[in-house]
Design a protein around this ligand. Sequence first.
Ligand SMILES: *[C@@H]1O[C@H](CO)[C@@H](O)[C@H](O)[C@H]1NC(C)=O
Length: 528
Amino acid sequence: MEQSGRQAWIERWRCIAYMVALVTFWTEASAQIRYSISEEVKEGSVVGNIAKDLGIDKATLKSREYRIVGSSTEPLFRLNQDDGMLYVSRKVDREEICERSNACVINLKTVLENPLEIHYVAVEVLDVNDHSPVFPEKEKRLEVFESTLPGARFQLQPARDPDGGQFTVQQYRLSHNDHFRLEVKERGEDRKMPFLILQKQLDREAMREHKLTLTAIDGGRPARSGTIEILIEVLDVNDNSPVFTKDAYSAILNENSVPGTLVIQVNATDLDEGANSEIVYSFGKEMDIHLQTIFNIDPITGEIKVTGVIDFEENESYEIDIQASDKGTIPFSTDKTVLIKVIDLNDNAPEIEVTSFSKSVPEDSRVGTTVALISVNDLDSGPNGKVSCFISEDVPFTISPSLQDNMYAIVTKSQLDREEKSFYELTVVAKDAGQPPLSSEKTISVVVSDVNDNSPQFSLSPYTFYITENNDLVSPVFSVRASDLDDGDNAHISYHILRDNNGHSIGLFLNINSENGDILALKSFDFE
Ligand SMILES: *[C@@H]1O[C@H](CO)[C@@H](O)[C@H](O)[C@H]1NC(C)=O
């Protein structure tokens, strides 16, 4: 029992001792040799004198095979059996081997035969600033509405630099500009996110595109950098009203212009873009309905044309309110007045109106007696409405202007004589001064009334007649005739025989018919 207990103790101690030995051996075997090389060193560069560092003399090394095991098909390192050196067998790119880990260590397992020894060799590949920061794209386009308020943020993609540590991207810089500044946020370790911050509102009408350059810089000495162009396209917002290209529009239009006649073309422009700058022309909302029947405006071209009757006599000028609106969602519009002056054409003949008229004028009227009053009117203006009047025939009448405008008197210009001419037809002509002139006529009949200015005249004077004796008392012995140039009662003749006071005239024996001038004998005459 004691024997076996001791035995167990011994076994246990042995076991412990073995484990200690094993650990010691393992520790010995894995005792590392550490080398470091810079990445990108040339093929064939020495990494380290491995034989010397393991304390194996060169002669021994030749008799014992020494090799690297478990390495990839294309080994990075080569062990030279002859000189006991470890060499670089191809270009070492840290970023290829280690990607982005901070420490890049390659562990090699080496085996030395006879007796078997395993040695671990660690080769640290030191980073070299052999990469520049690179943005994922050469160019970045951003679209920003001009209405965007300052403070708006736009995330940009960060640049990448495969180098590690300080050789990766350390800072960003933005080219100088008035509208944007740069803000860089730390995202986790070694990750920097660049943002553009709008600091002053954009105005598309001032500048429609902004070009910025963002530069990423690493921490190498010298530093390497990469850039990206940032193109900011400013999107339009309807923030401008249409503007008429002229301050004032005025046109001159002939009266009687036919429908379709172009009066004037107005034009407005809008600094905005697309629909926000497309202009629609229209009449002002307050514009008189009647005017809208006389003119129209083309919504697209801004041409104002005649559609109704242009009559100077009705309207000498027009004021047309027009409006230019853009097609923005919330449209802007601008008002304007177009002044149209109508030019008078000689399209109205003078009109003659007889305002008072005496049917007849006594033949003994004084020269200058008014026969009729006329008024003359011409609806045209200027020379087209300036009228002169005259009488076309050669008659003893003339036209004299009166004090009142457009009023004329027709007056006698010489003595009338009914017995010479008792009736006149006057043609009054009114003619304006237009080119060509227009005229009109009016006929006025003037009757010259009789005045008893003529004495009766006997057809013969003296009369000599014979009476046969034994005459009969019934039949007229003779007849006298007198005539009178006057008219009516003034020409009515009655016959009388003048008798002396002493009454011994022959007349005592004769009687006259006062109406017809027949002379009758009152007694029979006896020749004897
Ligand atoms: C209107 O004005 C703009 C700017 O002056 C000009 O480019 C355009 O041709 C004009 N349009 C018409 C119809 O006259």
